[in-house]
Design a binder for this molecule. Structure first.
Ligand code: ATP
Ligand code: LTN
Length: 337
């Protein structure tokens, strides 16, 4: 029997801010749905969260809370290694080593850096270095695929460039990864402003995000408040003024997995946008309620959660530690006896 080697998948999610429907549909749902076909590593990237100021206790709580959400959403420890980035020291170390092959100009060109830096008075060094830490996350595991939302494509491409640069200097060492962007849900827009992506950084703003842990009432309220246009036609559209309705239909499509035509047909008898929002709220509530319930059970058993995370980190270390040791050797460092 010939066995084809399973593709290795790695992705990451930041524990800062409240996880929202964009994170779920653009990333987490795809991780869960495809975990049986691949060898999977999912990393809660707490070191990335430190690139903007955090309140220490809040960050600690959100990190464990995000872990519970990932398990509640269906990541199965038997199929997916879920771990906290800072539990595996090789991530911080590989960042330093890769910093020493990465030209500054590559980082200064990143659109996320320019966006975030432009909004801050004082920019931390870590924010500029963010994509190098992310490249280390990916390259340490020789990941073939990196499933992310559209906004992270440029960072995965940079990880490829950094990996190729390392390989060209030190020999063929890293697997060069591919970004995997979902066909639907890759870019869920803010409910308050459908021209900007739904973002954790704004999830505290009323009416912006559909927060994953909100109860049914709150979910319904957020969706009912979503900005639409003054028309009443329910169809997918690229026209900027129809972005609100397009976003709601996109959410429906990503959750139900139906085709464009079937989604539009489902609303052919709807009486205006009020009706559209009511039905979108129903599918969102149906999708998220079981996740919320499992989340509360997991959070009520903190020792079990910590145990799962300890096992995840241990599994991750078995790959990451030898890899970083080999990086050191290739780069000319003396390995300790
Ligand atoms: P930020 O506040 O920095 O924008 P974020 O909401 O992008 O945070 P991350 O932890 O950086 O959250 O992203 C986790 C995953 O969710 C990534 O794969 C990212 O591409 C995806 N993602 C984030 N926002 C959206 C969105 N609006 N639509 C689809 N996918 C998204
Ligand atoms: N920058 C990513 C989070 C992230 C990541 C990764 C994603 C950190 N390391 C490695 C994929 C692979 C984001 O979602 N904002």
């Amino acid at each position: 029997m010939t066995e084809t080697k399973q593709k290795r998948v790695l992705s990451g999610i930041q524990p800062s801010g409240e996880i929202h429907l964009g994170n779920y549909l653009g990333a987490v749902k795809g991780w869960v749905d495809r975990q049986a076909e691949k060898e999977n590593f999912f990393c809660i990237v707490d070191l990335h969260s430190l690139t903007v100021p955090q309140e220490p206790e809040a960050l600690r709580h959100q990190t464990r809370s995000l872990a519970a959400i990932l398990f509640a959403a269906g990541l199965d420890p038997a199929k997916s290694t879920v771990f906290i980035q800072s539990h595996v020291r090789a991530h911080a170390e590989s960042c330093w080593l890769l910093n020493c092959v990465t030209p500054l100009g590559w980082l200064q060109r990143m659109t996320q850096y320019k966006d975030k830096a432009g909004k801050q008075e004082s920019v931390l060094m870590g924010l500029l270095d963010y994509p190098v830490l992310m490249a280390g996350d990916i390259l340490l595991y020789d990941a073939n695929e990196v499933p992310v939302g559209e906004d992270q494509k440029q960072h995965v491409e940079l990880a490829r460039d950094i990996g190729q640069r390392f390989n060209s200097i030190y020999g063929d060492f890293f697997v060069i990864p591919q970004p995997v962007i979902p066909e639907v849900g890759a870019r869920v827009m803010g409910l308050d402003d459908p021209t900007v992506k739904m973002s954790k950084s704004y999830s505290h703003i009323r009416g912006h995000a559909v927060r994953l842990l909100d109860d049914a009432k709150e979910l319904e309220r957020s969706i009912k408040r979503a900005v639409t246009d003054s028309g009443n036609e329910i169809r997918f559209s690229e026209e900027p003024e129809r972005a609100g309705v397009n976003n709601l239909l996109g959410i429906y499509k990503a959750i139900t997995g139906k085709s464009v035509a079937d989604c539009e047909a489902d609303f052919s008898d709807a009486r205006g946008y009020g009706d559209l929002k009511k039905r979108i709220a129903e599918v969102v509530i149906e999708e998220l309620s079981p996740i919320r319930e499992r989340y509360h059970t997991l959070m009520a058993n903190p020792d079990d959660l910590d145990e799962l995370l300890a096992r995840g980190a241990e599994q991750a270390r078995t790959l990451a530690e030898p890899k970083v040791a080999e990086m050191r050797r290739l780069m000319g460092l003396v390995l300790p006896k």
